[in-house]
Design a protein. Structure first.
Length: 405
């Protein structure tokens, strides 16, 4: 098989992220993709910012299109994979026409007669691509930057275009299954959240018609301070140098950072960001190690873990920021809040319903993780040429119809 060595500089165009002031942001409009939205190879909708529709012409050079490859050019060292420089994400359909913010660059194939855009996406997931960035990024211990000129120097021996498309088709089929699981998980999450909203926000819980209300609150509900409802505690220190790979999730302020061979807290583990990033609530149904950048629920006081989880989500903790520079959540500012706590019988009813949905989510997550593991193993063998597809008759998935035109 004849391969040709090509550089990104010769075959792609590079679209830098734009810089604008916070004053320009509005409540709704054109979504802005920031590096903080780039998670697990895609773009998350949590904590999105928007620019007004009237700015579409002004910032059109920063527009993103579906299936664009976006690479972070500023980030941390490889020891912090959640924020590492060189993270890549693919623009999903619902972000078509969004703006790209600074500290990231969009790589768009211009020589489609030589390179399949989908194939390039999978190249960006290889150790070779990651090593190119990590070895050339420069900066301090906490933050490094990848110069655009160095990124453009990346070269790869590309197989013939038909082979590229076959490899991309195989890997895309797995990605489509993974995305289908993600959609099903999202539906279950919305269902659970809607039950909470219906029962404890709109107060239309089972049997509410027979309940007496006093000033809009059911009489049987107890008025308690937040720190009587649940107890939050700061997480534990764990320097990167002391992490030993294992099975227990190490939880940072917004996500699982890595896995360690020891744990600090038994399940369920509910955390929220204490420093750096605020407002994201995580529910981990396994033994885990919450880091010192988090607060975790140490004592549930007999209350439903699911009720506490959704109560924290609906509190919008990002609004309790007490840090002058770095966003910081002081648990003492929450402790004095008063709230109405439903009786245990209603909590148990809610717990039973939500537990079923969370169990389904857990099964889908396990299936998704298994698919990711298979895809990643295949990716290495396919990209390296160890697994030949040249003579295979490949059926292209629907997600690749654009490349077949």
């Amino acid at each position: 098989m004849n391969c040709i060595e090509l550089s990104l500089a010769d075959t792609c165009e590079f679209i830098n992220g734009g810089a604008w002031s916070d004053k320009e942001y509005v409540e709704a409009g054109i979504p802005v993709v920031k590096v903080t939205n780039m998670v697990d190879g895609t773009i998350e909708t949590n904590n999105l910012s928007y620019l007004p529709l009237s700015s579409s012409d002004k910032y059109k050079k920063h527009l993103l299109f579906v299936n664009d490859l976006v690479v972070t050019t500023v980030g941390s060292h490889p020891t912090q994979p959640g924020s590492v420089v060189g993270r890549t994400s693919v623009v999903p359909q619902h972000f078509d026409g969004a703006f790209l913010n600074q500290n990231a660059v969009c790589i768009r194939v211009k020589c489609k007669n030589l390179i399949s855009p989908k194939f390039l996406i999978y190249i960006s997931k290889t150790i070779l691509f990651k090593h190119h960035i990590e070895s050339r990024a420069r900066g301090s211990a906490n933050q490094v930057r990848m110069a655009l000129g160095e990124l453009k120097k990346f070269t790869f021996k590309f197989p013939p275009l038909p082979v590229q498309k076959k490899i991309a088709a195989i890997l895309s089929a797995y990605d489509d299954l993974i995305e289908n699981n993600n959609r099903r998980i999202a539906i279950l999450e919305k269902m659970a959240e809607e039950i909470y909203r219906e029962w404890f926000v709109r107060l239309r819980f089972p049997g509410h018609e027979q309940v007496k209300f006093n000033k809009g609150i059911p009489e049987s509900w107890e008025r308690k301070r937040f720190d009587e409802f649940c107890l939050l505690q700061r997480g534990y220190d764990l320097p990167d140098t002391q992490v030993i790979p294992g099975q227990y999730p190490v939880i940072a302020s917004t996500s699982i950072k890595t896995y360690h061979n020891q744990f600090k807290v038994n399940p369920p583990v509910i955390t929220t960001g204490r420093s750096g990033s605020l407002g994201i609530i995580l529910f981990i149904n396994s033994q885990a190690w919450p880091l010192n950048t988090t607060l975790f629920v140490k004592n549930f006081y007999g209350n439903s873990p699911y009720l506490i989880y959704y109560t924290l989500k609906f509190l919008k903790l990002e609004n309790f920021n007490s840090g002058a520079g770095v966003p910081t959540l002081n648990r003492n500012h929450l402790g004095g809040l008063y709230m109405s706590v439903p009786p245990k019988s209603l909590q148990n009813n809610f717990n039973d319903k939500i537990a079923i949905l969370f169990k389904q989510k857990e099964l889908l997550s396990k299936s998704k993780n298994a698919l990711i593991e298979i895809r990643d193993r295949l990716l290495t063998r396919l990209i390296s040429g160890k697994l030949s597809v040249e003579d295979l008759d490949i059926q292209f998935p629907p997600s690749m119809t654009e490349e077949l035109k």
